[in-house]
Write a protein that binds this ligand. Structure first.
Ligand SMILES: [Zn+2]
Length: 71
């Protein structure tokens, strides 16, 4: 199983194998998988990638995050 979550630092959507302990984001932040909020689960890596792509594409969450960071 794979889990989909957001990077705790930059808010990007990421996925990782459920058995993994950490996942390093492209921003360089190492996410502790025990502490992230899991958004979705997928059977396969391909499926997890599709979910991430769909979440990333919506953009609305990114906008609200950016606004929060500017404040
Ligand atoms: Zn990140």
């Amino acid at each position: 199983m794979f889990v989909v979550f957001r990077c705790r630092k930059c808010g990007r959507h990421l996925y990782a194998s459920e058995s993994a302990k950490t996942k390093t984001c492209v921003c360089g932040y190492r996410n502790d998988l025990k502490r992230v909020r899991k958004l979705a689960r997928a059977e396969t890596e391909f499926e997890a990638g599709e979910i991430v792509r769909r979440l990333q594409g919506s953009g609305t969450e990114f906008d609200s995050l950016n606004r929060r960071l500017k404040r």
